[in-house]
Design a binder for this molecule. Structure first.
Ligand code: F6P
Length: 518
């Protein structure tokens, strides 16, 4: 029985030692081609359905015994206890003393006994009513979301992913960078009387967002815009700061929603304007189905658990330090960036939840581009480079267009790349040889719609929970972003004054060069 926050160190369990032995005995020399020859049931054993998602894990360097030991590891480490604590609203974000309840944002009305469920639905209803009002307002042609990190990546990714369902006649722009080139480029395209600015910031203090919001308002007023109340809305947990900024229309959320888990909250307003209230509810419903699967399916048939355990196997036993995300759907072009924040900000930590150094590796580097583009850029390295990088293919069976022939070729390429990585080719000699035996996972959606997108994203959230839980990490804080923010404020002052005193020689030298232009 595991109690309190303290979770057993995964490295101190019997399963961890057994996994090491198993890796030395079988895992290190594992050959996928032999594994498929020996076991005609391998595809069935390592693939499964989950809500809206089918996943084939069989082309990974893993056998049934390794998976059985990983499941034992999960049980010894109290994964189910930790998962249930999250769904019970316990303060599992221990460094910030916060509950972790993004799943509550997706629970249908009446489905949860959580004391905040009523507030969640009242806010959702108000936000969706506003979204419908904006959709019906033909005078608004442009929606500009100003936000960064979790207040940008989710909405930006989802609006692009669901492009086929986006209301014609409205354009969506996303401004995140403090680099004025980004905002200036958008402001050149829009007019004050037909633009709605959404200032999205959980804290309403983030320097990039506040700088962009101030400049947008100054532009609006200078360009003759009069009705700030009609043309600006804020999405934030800090409603008081938004009001002080002069924004009257605000939609709130709660401190138990992490930034990278916030697109299901008011932060999702651009998505709701783009695809409508019904579509947004389908997105939530798809994610909720995955929440139910994660919270109730036995670990052996629990897709987020199996993927998270595979991630632990790949990172800590196979020693793979990165994973490439290859969405074979151009509308999922921002998915790699979204998953980067989700996984690397959640699990890119070198200490456990109690602050003690981890004796093992944690989050890998995630990176990627849509297929087939990546094939003509970096797939060379994936096939023949010196590092082995597990690839995650994400494909969609039914396209959202009617252009004959394209989709078959797209899917053929996805399957062929996964096959080539595994099979390799040894008969051509030298430069033409492919070593093969390179692992991949294949995720398949029937179609890319709000429900399947919701399920796909919740699958990833929970998978990150699983690996973070086994590593003993607090996946819900992000202290690693703080130092740079503090130093940037100091350097901004020094750039203005030219004061390079007591700086390291490199920073001082660069500051002097830049200061000459100031
Ligand atoms: O700097 C990191 C971070 O705190 C992310 O976790 C967050 O998503 C982003 O900044 C934006 O924060 P906010 O929504 O408070 O502006």
């Amino acid at each position: 029985m595991i109690t309190g926050h303290a979770r057993p160190r995964c490295t101190q369990t019997a399963a961890w030692a057994a996994l090491h032995e198993h890796f030395e005995a079988i895992g290190r020399a594992f050959d996928l081609r032999d594994a498929f020859r020996r076991d005609p049931g391998r595809f069935e054993a390592f693939s499964q359905e989950a809500p809206h998602v089918f996943a084939d894990l069989s082309k990974n360097l893993i056998d049934t015994q390794a998976e059985a030991l990983l499941l034992e590891l999960a049980r010894e480490c109290g994964l189910e206890y930790h998962r249930d604590a999250m769904f019970a609203g316990k303060a599992i974000n221990n460094t910030e003393q916060r509950a972790v309840k993004h799943w509550l944002l997706r629970a249908p009305a009446g489905a949860s006994s959580d004391p905040e469920a009523g507030q969640v639905h009242a806010t959702l209803d108000a936000m969706l009513a506003y979204a419908e009002q904006v959709r019906g307002d033909d005078a608004i042609t442009d929606v500009v979301n100003i936000g960064i990190g979790g207040s940008d990546l989710g909405p930006q990714m989802a609006v692009a992913a669901l492009d086929a369902l986006v209301l014609p006649g409205k354009r969506f722009h996303f401004v995140s960078n403090i680099d004025g080139h980004e905002l200036a480029a958008v402001l050149r395209k829009v007019r004050p009387d037909s633009t709605l600015f959404l200032v999205a910031s959980k804290t309403f203090t983030t320097i990039e967002t506040m700088t962009n919001a101030r400049s947008a308002r100054a532009w609006f007023e200078a360009a003759g815009g009069r009705d700030v109340a009609r043309h600006f809305a804020a999405l934030t947990t800090n409603v008081a700061a938004a009001r002080e900024f002069g924004i009257a229309t605000t939609f709130g959320f709660w401190d138990w929603v992490g930034g990278r888990y916030s697109m299901w909250s008011s932060i999702g307003l651009p998505i709701a304007i783009a695809i409508g209230a019904a579509g947004f509810r389908e997105l939530l419903a798809g994610a909720h189905e995955m929440d139910r699967h994660f919270s109730s399916a036995p670990l052996e048939r629990n897709l987020p658990a199996r993927l998270g355990l595979l991630d632990v196997w790949n990172r800590n036993f196979q020693g793979f330090s990165s994973r490439s995300i290859a969405p074979y759907h151009s509308a999922l072009r921002r998915l790699p960036a979204y998953l980067q924040q989700l996984e690397m900000e959640s699990n890119g930590k070198r200490v456990d939840a109690e602050g003690s150094p981890l004796p093992h590796a944690s989050a890998p580097v995630l990176w990627g581009e849509p297929g087939t583009n990546g094939q003509h850029a970096y797939f060379q390295m994936l096939h023949q480079g010196t590092d082995v990088v597990p690839v995650e293919f994400i494909a969609v069976a039914t396209p959202a267009h009617a252009l004959g022939g394209h989709h078959q070729l797209l899917l053929a390429n996805a399957l062929a790349q996964a096959q080539a990585l595994m099979q390799g080719r040894a008969d051509a000699g030298g430069h033409r040889d492919f070593p093969g035996n390179r692992p991949s996972t294949f995720i398949l959606l029937e179609r890319l719609d709000p429900a399947s997108l919701g399920a796909l994203l919740a699958l990833h959230e929970h998978r990150v929970f699983v690996s973070g839980s086994l590593w003993g990490i607090n996946s819900f804080d992000q202290w690693g972003v703080e130092l740079g923010k503090v130093l940037a404020l100091d350097i901004a002052r020094r750039l203005a004054s030219g004061d390079a005193s007591e700086l390291d020689a490199s920073t001082a030298g660069l500051l002097r060069r830049l200061g000459r232009r100031a």
